[in-house]
Design a protein around this ligand. Structure first.
Ligand code: AQP
Length: 349
């Protein structure tokens, strides 16, 4: 019996340059990215084509692409080890997204909760791109036949859709895939979501029932990776809480989402369990706890902010990283896209 060649593990993930990265992006996804680059082949993208699904000022977008890249590096991504680039520099993303627009079903996209939230009440005015966003995300991952996707909790549904698209593509084109030399009929792997870590869903500082988000109009709702010590302290001091002292165990979070969120953030930043944080702070007032939280947040994020600012003063270096990453990404994605064209029956010269 011939031994089946194991699928090579490849990691892909990205963030939108829709503003400054925040604590949710960092704790929900980026700390896993940094960990995974130690042992696996990793591709980390600044997903600028996703960003334009809602209006972006062109000059601000250019600045944000560089700033997100700088934050990636400042937080610990090594652009020599991992591939770091912006999505629009690799044509395979948009090309494969079109193929997937023709594979995914309307019914699947109609179920996507993120579109409903982002389009709001005036759905007729939302861009077609915002609606087809999950197909582009599937293309981002599968253009590299990536097997693992570290993301926050909010991306779980989109990842499930990417798996459905991979499976339907494999089924629809089974004969063609086999003819191309894949005897098991599998061209695209089923990408695995990696949603692990201490804070897979960080909530807004102003409303513990809403996720922390770049596009929240209130800057007080989030801690940006570029905030300085004063800004961090002010935002934490102003964070919404309730008049009760901190509970002494997790059951005491019932009906207190803001308290749960702040304690969760503290635990994640200090690599401790929520239980052990409550052993120290249970029964104490929020004013005391908030001072301690501001200290650990500044301690952990201050260096990232400083390094991001230093790198932003070197746009030539950032552009070099993106160009080099794009060339390495293209070297993987172009042959895969060529095979997709052959599988689908598109002629190429
Ligand atoms: N609040 C969060 N908690 C945990 N993880 C989060 N992520 C985002 N917000 C949180 C994770 O960060 C990665 C990049 O997200 P994105 O930039 O693609 O866009 P998003 O998920 O839509 O994040 P934002 O901040 O809310 O951006 P806008 O406001 O532009 O839509 C993803 O892995 C995400 O799960």
């Amino acid at each position: 019996m011939t031994k089946k060649k194991p699928i090579t593990e490849r990691v892909f993930s990205g963030m939108q340059p829709t503003g400054s990265l925040h604590l949710g992006n960092y704790l929900g996804a980026m700390i896993n990215w940094i960990e995974m680059q130690k042992t696996r082949e990793c591709i980390y993208c600044v997903v600028d084509l996703h960003a334009i699904t809602v209006w972006q000022d062109p000059a601000e977008l250019r600045q944000s692409i560089r700033q997100v890249t700088a934050a990636y590096i400042a937080a610990g991504l090594d652009p020599k080890k991992s591939i770091v680039f912006n999505q629009s520099q690799v044509a395979a993303h948009a090309e494969l997204a079109w193929v997937f627009n023709c594979v995914a079903r309307l019914g699947w996209l109609n179920r996507m909760t993120q579109f409903k939230e982002k389009a709001g009440k005036d759905r007729e005015q939302a861009s077609v791109g915002l609606y087809a966003y999950p197909n582009l995300m599937a293309a981002d991952i599968l253009a590299y036949r990536a097997t693992h996707v570290p993301v926050g909790e909010d991306q779980k549904q989109h990842l499930e859709l990417a798996r459905d698209i991979a499976q339907k593509f494999n089924n629809d084109f089974k004969t063609s895939i086999e003819a191309l030399g894949h005897p098991d009929g599998i061209f695209f792997p089923q990408p695995e979501p990696v949603i692990t870590g201490p804070a897979t869903r960080v909530m807004s500082l102003r409303d513990g029932t809403k996720k922390m988000s770049k596009s929240d109009p209130s800057d007080l709702s989030r801690i940006n990776l570029t905030d300085d010590a004063d800004a961090i302290a002010t935002k934490i001091r102003k964070a919404k809480t309730d008049p009760e002292p901190l509970p002494s165990d997790e059951k005491g979070f019932e009906g207190r989402p803001e308290a749960e969120n702040l304690v969760g953030i503290y635990a994640a930043l200090t690599h401790r369990t929520v239980e052990s944080v409550l052993t120290d702070f249970g029964g104490q007032q929020f004013s005391t706890f908030k001072k301690a939280l501001a200290e650990v947040a500044t301690d952990r994020l201050g260096r990232i902010g400083d390094e991001t600012r230093r790198l932003m003063a070197e746009p030539g270096y950032i552009d070099h990283v993106l160009a080099d990453g794009a060339a390495r990404a293209r070297a993987i994605a172009t042959p895969i896209m060529d095979q997709v064209k052959d599988i689908v029956g598109l002629l190429r010269s």
